[in-house]
Design a protein around this ligand. Structure first.
Ligand code: ZN
Ligand code: ZN
Length: 436
C-alpha cells in the first residue's frame, strides 16, 4: 500500500465549511479597511530574498532562521514572503503608488510563510491582513490606524483585548538609548540567557523581547526608551496618547515593546488578548519612517499594522462571532435512471443553474437508493428523475423530498420547473422568517 502524503508540518488545510467562514473573516476585516479608505494591492507570494534582508534586518529571527528561501533554476535567491509590509512598500515604490506629496492608504491580505516551531495559533503558513498609510504623516495617522484595529476589536467582540503602546524613538535619540541599554546589559551579562548574550552585541533591542524567565528580573530594571526620547519623539508620543484619550481608546504604555523588525521608528503597538495563551498578539504594527528610503524609494513616513487571521478565528470562535459558512443550499439533485437519460439530465442541470437554481447532477450507475442518499448528503430539497419513460415523453419527475409530492413536468420547460421549485420553497421561507 502506498503511504498517503500529508500536508507539511505547521501547514493547515482549511476544509469545508470552515473555508467559507475563514474567507468571511478575511472579508469582514477587509470591509473595515475599505470603510477607512484603504485600497487593496494583490502582492506576489515570493520576492527577492534581499528585499527582506534589507528591510527586516539581518539580525532578526525572521531573517536568521524563519525565512523560506530558495534558488530558482536561474540561480536567483527568492524567499516566500514572511510578512507583507516590505512587499507592499516594494510595490508602492515600483508603481509610484505613494510619495511625500499625498497620503496613500493601501492594504493586502493573504498567506505568509515562516519556518517556526508550530504551536497553537502559530503556523508555518498563516494568513494576515495588513494596511499601511504612506506619505506626509502626523501622529494623528498613527492614531487613525489604531482606531481601525480598535473597530475590529469592538465589531468582532474580541475577548479580553489590550492595546500595548510604546515609542521606539528615532535615529536621533535611539543611539544614546542603545548605548545605555548595552552598558546595562554588559553589567548583567552573566544573568542573561545565551540568546540575550549573543543579541546584546548584534540587536540589543531584541533582548527586551526575551521570554526566558531567568532574564526577566534583569530586563524589568533595564533602561527604558521612553526616558531617552528626543523632544520630537517625546512630542510624537504625547500626541498619540492624547488623541487615543480623545477617541476613548484605552491603552497600556509598555516601554519594553520594541517590534522585532528593524524598520520601526516612533509609535509601536500591539493588540493582545488574554484569551489566546502564549501567542497573545492578534494585531501589531507601528511607524516605519525610514523603510521607504531604505528600499530605494522616496524619503516618506509610513505607519502600518498586520492582523493574524488564524488568531482572529480563535478569538471570534471564543466570542461566538464567527461568520456563517454562507453555503448556498443545493435545491435539486438530478438523477438519470438510465445511461441514455444522461444527456437530458446534463442539459436540465445546466438550465436550472442558468435559471438561478442551485442544482447538481448525479451521474452514476448506482440504483435509485444512491440518489436519495446523495440528496440527503447535499441537503437537496428536490430529486428530479429522468428514466427511459421520461426520455420517451420528454418529461421529468420532480419529487419534493420534504412534502413527498411528485409531479411530472415537461423537460423542456425549465421556467415551469423553476417556478414549481420556487413556489414550494416560498411558504416555508415565509414561515421561517416569521418565526425569527
Ligand atoms: Zn527621537
Ligand atoms: Zn534572555
Amino acid at each position: 500500500m502506498n503511504q498517503p502524503i500529508r500536508a507539511p508540518r505547521g501547514v493547515k488545510d482549511i476544509i469545508p465549511p470552515d473555508a467559507m467562514r475563514f474567507e468571511g473573516i478575511l472579508r469582514e476585516t477587509e470591509e473595515i479597511l475599505l470603510l477607512g479608505g484603504f485600497q487593496k494591492v494583490l502582492l506576489p507570494l515570493f520576492e527577492s530574498a534581499s528585499l527582506f534582508t534589507r528591510s527586516i534586518g539581518g539580525e532578526t529571527d525572521i531573517v536568521e532562521k524563519e525565512m523560506y528561501t530558495f534558488q530558482d533554476k536561474g540561480g536567483e535567491t527568492f524567499a516566500l514572503r514572511p510578512e507583507g509590509t516590505a512587499s507592499l512598500l516594494r510595490a508602492a515604490i515600483e508603481h509610484r503608488l505613494a510619495d511625500i506629496s499625498r497620503v496613500s492608504r493601501l492594504f493586502y491580505s493573504g498567506p505568509m510563510f515562516r519556518h517556526e516551531r508550530p504551536q497553537a495559533g502559530r503556523l508555518r503558513q498563516f494568513y494576515q491582513v495588513g494596511a499601511e498609510i504612506l506619505g506626509p504623516l502626523t501622529p494623528s495617522d498613527d492614531v487613525d490606524l489604531i482606531a481601525i484595529i480598535h473597530r475590529m476589536a469592538v465589531q468582532f467582540r474580541i475577548p479580553e483585548w489590550t492595546l500595548l503602546l510604546n515609542n521606539m524613538g528615532c535615529p536621533r535619540c535611539r543611539p544614546a538609548y542603545r548605548t545605555a541599554l548595552v552598558g546595562y546589559l554588559k553589567d548583567h551579562f552573566g544573568e542573561l540567557c545565551p540568546t540575550c548574550q549573543r543579541r546584546m552585541g548584534t540587536n540589543p533591542f531584541r533582548v527586551l523581547d526575551c521570554k526566558v524567565p531567568a532574564c526577566q528580573p534583569v530586563l524589568e530594571k533595564a533602561p527604558r526608551i521612553t526616558d531617552y526620547l528626543c523632544d520630537r519623539s517625546r512630542a510624537h508620543y504625547d500626541r498619540v496618547r492624547e488623541e487615543l484619550d480623545v477617541l476613548e481608546i484605552p491603552y497600556r504604555p509598555e516601554p519594553r515593546l520594541v517590534r522585532g523588525l528593524d524598520y520601526y521608528t516612533e509609535t509601536t503597538f500591539e493588540f493582545t488578548s488574554g484569551a489566546l495563551g502564549a501567542q497573545s498578539t492578534w494585531a501589531a504594527g507601528g511607524r516605519y519612517d525610514g523603510l521607504s528610503k531604505d528600499l530605494g524609494g522616496p524619503d516618506m513616513p509610513g505607519v502600518g499594522f498586520a492582523a493574524g487571521i488564524e488568531r482572529l478565528w480563535l478569538l471570534r470562535e471564543a466570542a461566538r462571532t464567527l461568520p456563517g459558512a454562507g453555503l448556498p443550499p443545493i435545491w435539486v439533485t438530478v438523477f438519470p435512471l438510465a445511461p441514455l437519460a444522461r444527456p437530458k439530465a446534463l442539459r436540465l442541470v445546466t438550465a436550472l443553474r442558468e435559471a438561478g437554481i442551485p442544482a447538481v447532477g448525479l451521474f452514476t450507475d448506482q440504483k435509485i437508493k444512491a440518489a436519495f442518499r446523495q440528496a440527503e448528503h447535499d441537503r437537496s430539497r428536490f430529486l428530479a428523475f429522468i428514466g427511459e419513460d421520461e426520455v420517451e415523453s420528454d418529461t421529468v419527475q420532480l419529487k419534493d423530498l420534504v412534502k413527498g409530492e411528485q409531479v411530472s413536468v415537461p423537460l423542456g420547460d425549465t421556467l415551469e420547473i423553476a417556478r414549481r421549485i420556487r413556489m414550494s420553497l416560498l411558504p416555508e421561507e415565509k414561515e421561517h422568517s416569521g418565526s425569527v
